[in-house]
Design a protein around this ligand. Structure first.
Ligand code: UD1
Ligand code: CA
Length: 479
């Protein structure tokens, strides 16, 4: 069954985060807390989604625009409780809604669509006016307790602060996630009172109102308590981040990915991995990174929005917004920056940085180089310690190196400049003008040997003695 509306409660202050970032914008698994709530809710295919915002509402509203533009923000000001929040959401954004209304909290990131769907199905099957997602927990302190009568039927939810000692002993807690009949909910919200310890409109009080009116209210215990765990501080955030990551790693291992050390492998929820990918320890995969079959990534690698082709080897590499082709080899100690494309079977080796550049099929930048704003053809070798001099202090320019070119070690290619197909550049050159196809460019001082300099200027040194011995040996050999 589809809900007519989902209301996400996200107006709370999040004081215990001690942060200038609104609580629901803190992230785990590459997604904000409210982003997780929206993703789980969207999975139930609701007709509309309303997000109640309050604390930090400018930032939260802008964030919603980026992640889910169809979600309707409703401002709750002042914040007078969960019942008040839902009442405002219905009044302002769904005054006509009559179907099922799902209420979820914006700070429960492990909640899955499957669990929301089970709640909706149970709610429909039982013909309830309200159904609460609950959990049996080892320590219920702070939560609302589920009060049931002798027959086991739910009669009320009592907040921890308002509960008697006997009620505080109840281990079944309210997760703060509910399915309601929209019309009955609206009616009950209009009758909420504020005679409780916080002087707020409690959404939970609608249960007793609905039951007293003769409607059915029910509860569905969640299978896994962690799924309904909320976040109030950064300790809980770290705990749930770990649990979420365990879930994501387990998913990919069951899908055929080898993860050598799940404890040091962090995978964002939107990453996709093919079967027979291997992830070595201390690997972090962020954003929309995609890795094809047979690729080996890590150890010590961080990829953000990177596409890795089949059978590539990406070792100790830090890359953002890069395409790594099939059979490519990178690392160790390689920095790949946005706009870089490495074609099939190319290589970027140790201590190289590549930015906004294209490397052709089978081409190599094996050691100690900086390639910025470059276009390199196929089958080309860039010698060790080559620098693409792309910045003159004011503008950045591009450098082109053609197919099957050979750039000798320790070369400066001063952009804009082109080394054409099949050209060679001598080691140690500073190239400032184009090199024609097949030419060999030498742009360095000519070598001059000052004979006898060491023995004159460094007499009696070890070098002078070594030189004298070598000269004598040569003279004896007659050479
Ligand atoms: C609420 C429930 C409690 C349940 C617990 C689960 C009530 C009265 N109590 O308690 O039974 O066990 O959640 O976590 O509902 N919010 C608003 N506007 C407000 C107040 C809250 O949007 O005026 C939002 C918060 O941002 C949060 C959610 O509603 O996402 C729950 O609020 P919170 O203050 O954490 O509820 P609790 O008092 O802990
Ligand atoms: Ca509260």
């Amino acid at each position: 069954m589809k809900p007519a509306a989902v209301i996400v409660l996200a107006a709370g202050e999040g004081t215990r985060m001690k942060s200038s970032t609104p609580k629901v914008m803190h992230t785990l698994g590459g997604r904000s807390l409210v982003g997780h709530a929206l993703a789980a809710a969207r999975g139930t295919d609701p007709e509309r989604v309303i997000v109640v915002v309050g604390s930090g509402r400018e930032l939260v509203t802008a964030h919603l625009g980026e992640i889910d533009a169809a979600a309707v923000p409703v401002v709750q000001e002042p914040r007078n409780g969960t019942g008040h929040a839902v009442r405002i959401a219905l009044t302002e954004a769904a005054p006509d809604v009559t179907g099922t209304v799902l209420v979820v909290c914006g700070d429960v990131p492990l909640l899955r669509t499957e669990t929301l769907q089970a709640l909706l199905d149970h709610h429909a099957a039982e013909g309830n006016a309200a159904t609460v997602l609950t959990a049996i927990v080892p320590d219920p302190t702070g939560y609302g307790r589920m009060v049931r009568d002798d027959s086991g039927a739910v009669t009320a939810i009592v907040e921890h602060r308002d509960a008697t000692d006997a009620q505080r002993a109840i281990a079944e807690i309210n997760s703060g996630i509910y399915a309601f009949d929209g019309a009955l909910l609206r009616d009950a919200l209009g009758r909420l009172r504020t005679d409780n310890s916080q002087g707020e409109e409690y959404l939970t009080d609608t249960l007793e109102i609905l039951r007293t009116d003769g409607h059915r209210v029910g509860a569905l215990p969640a299978e896994d308590f962690n799924e309904i765990h909320g976040i109030n501080d950064r300790v809980q955030l770290a705990h749930l981040r770990r649990l979420l990551n365990d879930r994501v790693c387990e998913h990919w291992m069951r899908a055929g990915v080898t993860i050598v050390d799940p404890a040091t492998t962090w995978i964002d929820v939107e990453v996709t991995l093919a079967p027979d990918v291997t992830l070595a320890p201390n690997t972090q995969l962020h954003g929309r990174t995609r890795i094809a079959a047979g690729a080996v990534v890590g150890p010590n690698t961080t990829l953000t929005d990177v596409e890795v082709g089949e059978d590539a080897k990406v070792l100790a590499t830090h890359a953002t917004d890069v395409e790594i082709g099939p059979g490519v080899s990178t690392g160790p100690f390689t920095f790949l920056r946005p706009g870089t494309t490495l074609a099939a079977r190319s290589k970027v080796g140790a201590f190289c940085e590549v930015k906004n550049s294209n490397l052709g099929i089978g081409s190599k930048i094996p050691h100690l180089s900086y390639v910025g704003d470059g276009d390199i053809g196929d089958g080309t070798n860039i010698g060790a310690a080559t620098i693409f001099v792309n910045y003159d202090g004011q503008t950045k320019s591009r450098t082109k190196v053609g197919d099957h070119a050979f750039v000798g070690c320790d070369t400066m290619l001063v952009a804009p400049v082109t080394v054409n197909d099949g050209a060679y550049v001598a080691a140690g050159s500073v190239i400032t003008s184009d090199v024609p196809p097949g030419a060999m460019a030498v742009a360095r001082g000519k070598q001059r040997n000052v004979e006898g300099w060491v023995e004159r200027k460094r007499p009696d040194s070890k070098s002078a003695k070594a030189a004298a011995a070598a000269r004598e040996a040569r003279e004896q050999n007659g050479s």
